[in-house]
Design a protein around this ligand. Structure first.
Ligand SMILES: *[C@@H]1O[C@H](CO)[C@@H](O)[C@H](O)[C@H]1NC(C)=O
Ligand SMILES: *[C@@H]1O[C@H](CO)[C@@H](O)[C@H](O)[C@H]1NC(C)=O
Ligand SMILES: *[C@@H]1O[C@H](CO)[C@@H](O)[C@H](O)[C@H]1NC(C)=O
Ligand SMILES: *[C@@H]1O[C@H](CO)[C@@H](O)[C@H](O)[C@H]1NC(C)=O
Ligand SMILES: *[C@@H]1O[C@H](CO)[C@@H](O)[C@H](O)[C@H]1NC(C)=O
Ligand SMILES: *[C@@H]1O[C@H](CO)[C@@H](O)[C@H](O)[C@H]1NC(C)=O
Length: 573
């Protein structure tokens, strides 16, 4: 009798919870022709990729090997792009007028000989819509438009005035950063500071594991920076550095011990920021490079801190991933959850340089982490991270791989090259990887009905309302809706600089049976919550989300822009 009641109940509970786990699927399609070391979504259908000048199969019209390309998300083909400087190991982001700025890079290299050293390089790209079409070119003027200091492995961060803050790096290609560029500069140069840099004591203290500093603009307008196992708040106006708590348990998270880091979604009305840091390595960086092993376990630690006075007083809270992971990427989803993808379970970043990696085809890392993890941002601590529903990839994606959320709503995964040159599969367990694949959420694989944004204004001004026309399929009526305003980031080296999600206040108008609804949104309150520049907007219904539309947030003018929108009581450090 009891069983008769309990069993069906149990079964239905099991079925409900099984149905609630979304199944993801990998689909391979096309080859990128260059290694997607840097991957940036520049338009609804195009991803810009930068690599080094090497033995890439993708050729420029003049027959030379390409080291930059535009990937077409619809046709799954790469079109080569010409660049003057060596783009390898650059950082960057969009600025307030919508131009993508890539900064720094690699010295000139033989035998491939890109015409110019890339370390002071500034490359401008104005998003275009069709490869080979108008303005689909990289603009460079290295003699006149360049950085003030040589940099390799710096971060580029769009700040509240819409310009790019260029943070750290090295003067030369190193494993440990022993030739560091421990300074900060801006593009365009700030008034009275053009052609100069600001020295950073924090970056100096973070040597020698301080490359690609993980950096975030907070709603206070300050910048939070993680380098090595150290953290700080940087005040842009005064240049003041204020140290915050170290990452716990001696875990180091910047290159060459790459963990990933992400600003979690900002929600109205308070927009309280939290930062998540996952993976990396607890190896003591005083151990010489030659004594490190590819078999050293990475860290399984995820650490999260809320950057309010109270949150800082509470400090970092620690969780564990089901496996150790280095060289992983974090990809923010429109739902506010994250995918942690790519990487390896043991070893380090960099090219073969550590113990036992002296033969062709060897790698500084080993044991590829083939299965992505879903991080549920709002779940209780201890129940946030899981492999459930996520498949293993056939492809090892280790050093110099990337992953980006596309405007279509799936995740493009590309690259991997733990070698200094192009190494084929016949010569390495972990070859240079040109295959592109997509990780599709179940609703894309199943072609299930999705919310759709039918029309949206091209520009939204801070703290102003705007109206979108949308369609929400009948199955999703009643599901909680979210409107996600996102910068999809500049993905490289386990950090997606500028990646950001702001949930917008919104009201849906129209009856449940309408197929065409009006969605009134309110833009972010000001330029600290979302630094002015381009964004993609997704409409989320339950766990299902629309394709994105691109909008300009703010007045779209050249940097520096004045403060825009309404000031709020500051809720962050
Ligand atoms: C690969 O992409 C092409 C171009 O969009 C498409 O026609 C083809 O169906 C895709 N193949 C798979 C396996 O998805
Ligand atoms: C192409 O770039 C030029 C110079 O930056 C600009 O004046 C022009 O408007 C751009 N064209 C398009 C179609 O965006
Ligand atoms: C940060 O790293 C340094 C050097 O490895 C170490 O001395 C220090 O204890 C670490 N901090 C924490 C909180 O583990
Ligand atoms: C590094 O390896 C060398 C050679 O095996 C050894 O003599 C030395 O003690 C090691 N140093 C450290 C710090 O582990
Ligand atoms: C590579 O290193 C190993 C020890 O780690 C050594 O036994 C071997 O001789 C080295 N090979 C070459 C080609 O240097
Ligand atoms: C955007 O601003 C930068 C910096 O001032 C400038 O170099 C670039 O030409 C601008 N882009 C456009 C499209 O005007």
């Amino acid at each position: 009798m009891m069983l008769n009641i309990v069993l069906p109940l149990l079964l239905s509970l099991l079925l409900t919870s099984a149905a609630a786990v979304q199944q993801w699927t990998f689909v391979q399609n096309g080859t990128s022709g260059i290694v997607a070391i840097e991957a940036i979504v520049v338009s609804p259908t195009l991803v810009l990729m930068y690599d080094r000048a090497d033995g890439n199969p993708l050729l420029l019209p003049n027959g030379a090997r390409a080291w930059a390309a535009l990937w077409d998300l619809e046709k799954n083909v790469a079109t080569p792009l010409e660049t003057l400087t060596n783009t390898f190991c650059a950082g960057g982001g969009f600025i307030s007028n919508g131009t993508l700025v890539a900064v720094a890079g690699q010295p000139r290299e033989d035998p491939y000989q890109p015409p110019a050293d890339g370390r002071m390089g500034i490359r401008l790209f104005d998003p275009c819509t069709s490869p080979g079409g108008v303005n689909c070119t990289v603009f460079e003027d290295p003699a006149n438009v360049h950085l003030a200091e040589l940099r390799w492995y710096p971060t580029g961060l769009r700040i509240p005035d819409g310009s790019l803050m260029v943070i750290g790096g090295s003067h030369s290609n190193t494993f440990y950063n022993t030739d560091a560029a421990n300074s900060i500069e801006f593009f365009p140069g700030r008034a009275g500071e053009a052609g100069t840099v600001r020295p950073s004591k924090f970056l100096l203290d973070a040597e020698p594991v301080n490359m690609f500093p993980r950096s975030f603009v907070l709603p206070s307008g300050n910048v939070f920076i993680v380098a090595n196992n150290l953290t700080m708040i940087y005040n842009i106006a005064t240049g003041t550095e204020t140290r915050l708590p170290d990452i716990p348990n001696g875990v180091h998270v910047t290159n060459p011990f790459d963990g990933t880091a992400q600003l979690l979604p900002l929600s109205p009305p308070l927009y309280e920021p939290s930062v998540l840091v996952c993976g990396g390595s607890a190896t003591d960086p005083r151990i010489p490079e030659a004594n490190l092993s590819t078999q050293d376990p990475a860290s399984d630690q995820c650490s999260r801190i809320t950057l309010t006075p109270l949150g800082v007083a509470r400090g970092w809270e620690v969780e564990r991933m089901p496996e150790t992971r280095v060289l992983l990427e974090s990809v923010l989803l429109p739902t506010g959850d994250l995918l942690l993808i790519n990487g390896a379970q043991t070893g380090y970043g960099g090219y073969p340089s550590i113990r036992g990696t002296n033969a062709t085809g060897m790698s500084n890392s080993d044991h590829p982490a083939r299965r992505a993890l879903l991080y549920k941002t709002d779940a209780p601590r201890g129940a946030r991270i899981s492999h459930e529903g996520l498949p293993e990839s056939d492809i090892a994606r280790m050093y110099h791989s990337s992953a980006v959320l596309t405007p279509q709503g799936n995740i493009m995964v590309a690259g991997s090259n733990p070698h200094a040159t192009v190494v084929p599969a016949s010569e390495s367990q972990f070859p240079t990887e040109f295959r592109v694949e997509y990780l599709n959420p179940e609703f894309i694989t199943a072609n299930a009905p999705r919310p759709a944004i039918i029309s949206a204004p091209a520009q939204i001004l801070f703290n102003q309302r705007a109206t979108l026309r949308v369609n929400i399929p009948a199955d999703l009526h009643g599901a909680p809706t979210k409107v996600s305003l996102m910068d999809l980031g500049f993905a490289t080296h386990s950090f997606h600089a500028n990646s950001r999600l702001v949930f917008l206040e919104h009201t849906l108008r129209g009856s449940g049976s309408d197929t065409m609804l009006e969605l009134e949104i309110t833009a972010p309150p000001n330029n600290n919550v979302y630094p002015p520049g381009p964004a993609f907007v997704f409409l989320v219904g339950g766990e299902v989300y629309s394709q994105a539309v691109k909008v300009m947030v703010g007045d779209g003018g050249n940097p520096p822009r004045p403060d825009q929108g309404v000031r709020m009581p500051v809720s962050s450090v």
